[in-house]
Write a protein that binds this ligand. Sequence first.
Ligand SMILES: *[C@@H]1O[C@H](CO)[C@@H](O)[C@H](O)[C@H]1NC(C)=O
Ligand SMILES: *[C@@H]1O[C@H](CO)[C@@H](O)[C@H](O)[C@H]1NC(C)=O
Ligand SMILES: *[C@@H]1O[C@H](CO)[C@@H](O)[C@H](O)[C@H]1NC(C)=O
Length: 170
Amino acid sequence: AKPVQFALYYESLCPDCHIFFRNQLWPTFQKVSSILNITLVPYGLAQVKAVGDHWKFTCQHGPNECLGNVIETCAIHLLKKQETFMPFLACIEMNTTVLPNESAPDCARQHGIEYDDIRKCSMSGLGNSLEHAMAEMTNKLSLHHVPYVTLSGVSYAWLIFYSATVKLFF
Ligand SMILES: *[C@@H]1O[C@H](CO)[C@@H](O)[C@H](O)[C@H]1NC(C)=O
Ligand SMILES: *[C@@H]1O[C@H](CO)[C@@H](O)[C@H](O)[C@H]1NC(C)=O
Ligand SMILES: *[C@@H]1O[C@H](CO)[C@@H](O)[C@H](O)[C@H]1NC(C)=O
């Protein structure tokens, strides 16, 4: 059977995004990860403009959120498999006591992940262009709120109305 195509559009410091990871996404992932194909898009309601040869991001919750977003974007890119990046990103997103750049090194250690490559990426042109790709994915959707979920490309807000299966999932 083909996996369910699940996509989450979020931003690293949004309180409802933290709650969504803790109460819904992470518990669901632990139960049924094998039937989900997860796409995480850490950008949310940020804005982007070109400045010289790079992209400048302005985030809803300030520069620390932008830094969290690009750390998570680099982790997704470098770790590739959802089995690897999900526990790491959930660890960061479920920690509401420190900033993402502070919890990330600890979360990496806990999950046997090499953090230095992620850190370097987050400060590089690569991280900047990867984050721009997240902006482009998000801007296709004209979001007004986060977290925002799609299943097989269809907005979760619409689906939950019609599908009992989705209600079982979440
Ligand atoms: C999972 O999603 C990605 C893109 O979001 C896609 O490229 C890939 O083919 C999907 N994999 C499966 C097994 O559906
Ligand atoms: C995280 O970011 C904050 C604020 O931007 C900074 O003061 C702090 O030194 C950073 N911590 C790490 C571990 O990089
Ligand atoms: C959050 O991260 C900090 C720094 O890694 C750690 O000391 C703290 O225990 C974490 N808190 C939670 C609730 O996981």
